[in-house]
Design a protein around this ligand. Structure first.
Ligand code: APR
Ligand code: PHB
Length: 389
């Protein structure tokens, strides 16, 4: 088989890239090691920047988001027993959309299927080869048979644990990492959200977040020790702990119910540089990970894909390599700003084991400054709604 761009990974990054390239007339094949059902079964965040929604529209996969997504104009920060609203739309003119990553992935899968494009699921032992030459190729095993795809370029959209970054020699890559000393215990419940917008809570017992998937499906998180196990958190214990971290109004209005999903996720900041290795390019989680506090993971994958898809279009339409040559530095400039913001939000809102009373007071002072300064809340808003592409 031959294609112009071989995409490894059928998560949001790989599928969005495949759709945009198709729109631009650039032939591509997507290779995914899991089944579609497995990919869709992953519970992930669900807040889209306007730029991400615009890319879904450009990819022909945005209509359901516009019908079912919830448009938000702000968030609330809760600390010291009170909630403070940040009107992000007033500060930036932009909105955010609540629309689950699972739905984004499903819409992209359906768009790809409707376009009759090739996606090879359950592709085992996918390997990129010769990406430091002009003849890169990808091999994979399907039904016990080894197949080869000759291509012009390889897009490594295979996430943090993927094969693409792992195929690069250690001397050619530099990584930067910060592992946080806590995790997020998340619950999904068929209950109405406690508020129509998100509430980020700084509390002496630890961070809590009130978010949602729709007007009848809520998503809540509490910070928990890294060595906690999900079996230690029956629903009753989760709801009790959440209430202890919320303001009284939220406690009074919280509707609890049985969990339909419950999981604990570790938090890390991670960046691999560069994002280009000859004719192989990394995009999304394959290159960077952010703590979910700033809701940047999916949106960063989308911005990488924005830059990479435009670079490939320029290469084929204008016979110019300027875009692909600039991709890594352009993408990393935006990645690092989002990594900083996600680190900053995480540092401000979570209880760190070594912060002490001084650290706790500094957090409260920063939050108080944020909600009382137009300049500070505008800065928060600019980063949260998404910096310009
Ligand atoms: N071969 C083929 N496919 C692979 C391989 C491999 N060796 N390794 C991983 N994959 C697939 C995974 O099964 C997954 O479907 O690559 C896909 C990567 O998707 P994501 O991990 O979702 O990463 P990305 O598309 O960059 O999306 C980033 O997902 O993890 C969240 O928080 C993250 O919201 C962000 C978004
Ligand atoms: C979510 O809806 O899962 C979500 C929203 C915002 C965040 C993190 C997670 O910052």
């Amino acid at each position: 088989m031959r294609t112009k761009v071989a995409i490894i990974g059928a998560g949001p990054a790989g599928l969005l890239l495949g759709q945009l390239l198709h729109t631009y007339g650039v032939d591509n094949v997507v290779l995914e090691r899991q089944t579609p059902e497995y990919v869709l079964g992953r519970i992930r965040a669900g807040l889209l920047e306007e730029g991400t929604v615009a890319l879904l529209d450009e990819a022909g996969a945005g209509s359901r988001a516009h019908h079912e997504g919830l448009v938000h104009h702000g968030v609330e920060l809760a600390f010291g027993g009170a909630r403070h609203r940040i009107d992000m739309h007033a500060a930036t003119g932009k909105t955010m959309m609540i629309y689950g990553q699972t739905e984004v992935t499903l819409d992209l899968m359906n768009a790809r299927k409707a376009a009759g494009l090739t996606t090879i699921y359950e592709a085992a032992d996918v390997k990129p080869h010769d990406f430091d030459t002009d003849l890169p190729r990808v091999t994979y095993v399907k039904d016990g048979i080894t197949h080869e795809i000759a291509c012009d370029f390889i897009a490594g959209c295979d996430g943090y644990h993927g094969v693409s970054r792992a195929s690069v020699s250690a001397s050619a890559i530099q990584t930067f990492e910060r592992v946080y000393p806590f995790g997020w215990l998340g619950i999904l419940s068929e209950t109405p959200p406690v508020s129509h917008e998100l509430i980020y809570n700084n509390h002496a017992r630890g961070f809590a977040l009130c978010t949602m998937r729709s007007t009848h499906r809520s998503r809540y998180y509490v910070q928990c020790p890294l060595d906690d196990h999900i079996d230690q958190w029956p629903d009753d214990r989760f709801w009790d702990e959440l209430k202890r971290r919320l303001d009284q109004k939220a406690v009074d209005e919280l509707v609890t119910g049985p969990s339909i999903e419950k999981s604990i996720a570790p938090l890390r900041s991670f960046v691999a540089e560069p994002m280009r290795f000859g004719r192989m390019f990394l995009a999304g989680d394959a290159s960077h990970i952010v703590p979910p506090t700033g809701a940047k993971g999916l949106n960063l994958a989308a911005s990488d894909v924005h830059y990479l898809s435009h670079a490939f279009r320029e290469y084929y339409d204008e016979k110019s390599s300027a875009g692909i040559d600039a991709y890594s530095s352009t993408a990393l400039t935006r990645v690092w700003k989002a990594v900083r913001f996600s680190w900053w939000m995480t540092s401000m809102l979570h209880k760190f084991p070594d912060q002490g009373e001084f650290g706790a007071r500094i957090q409260l002072a920063e939050l108080d400054y944020l909600v009382s300064s137009k300049a500070a809340s505008t800065s928060l808003s600019e980063n949260y709604v998404g910096l310009p592409l």
